[in-house]
Design a protein. Structure first.
Length: 163
């Protein structure tokens, strides 16, 4: 097994820029790896945590196995309540889009539920947003448009499926 080499503390700002760059290049695995290196020497680095959460969620659409527990662990370490709430909504939204893209009838109803969760988190974020920051509203509207455009609905179930 390999022993990972630690980053130097003075390299953190440059490494963060690289992680963001790799996300923009659609290389979430590289961004994730860099963020993990940063968090090894600066466990509370908020920018690295946010970038890591976004990189992990970038992988949903690629059908990579990204555990919700692992994502939740990093989300819980984001200290700002607004950001933690907002990025939780982002995670649900991206999971919903990945599920919707599978294109099966079951995935459509599952996507609906995930979009509703995302919208609930965006509602919570809107309530505590900083002045002049309407990002949560923009995301909520985006989710609503996807739900309406795709005519997504909750799954209908019989009242008593045991009968």
């Amino acid at each position: 097994m390999y022993e990972l080499k630690p980053l130097h503390k003075e390299a953190v700002p440059s490494a963060l820029e690289k992680a963001k760059h790799y996300r923009l290049l659609n290389e979430p695995g590289a961004a994730e790896s860099i963020c993990l290196d940063i968090l090894e020497i600066e466990p509370h680095n908020q920018e690295a945590l946010v970038t890591l959460v976004l990189a992990m969620s970038d992988r949903f659409a690629r059908d990579y196995a990204v555990g919700d527990t692992q994502t939740q662990d990093y989300l819980s370490r984001i200290e700002d309540k607004y950001e933690r709430t907002y990025y939780t909504g982002i995670i649900y939204e991206r999971r919903a889009k990945a599920v919707l893209n599978r294109g099966t009838p079951l995935s459509a109803s599952n996507a609906y539920e995930l979009f509703r969760q995302a919208m609930n988190w965006f509602d919570k974020a809107e309530e505590i947003r900083p002045a002049g920051n309407d990002d949560a509203i923009l995301r909520w509207n985006g989710c609503a448009r996807i739900v309406m455009r795709n005519k997504l609905e909750p799954r209908e179930m019989d009242n008593d499926f045991l009968e």
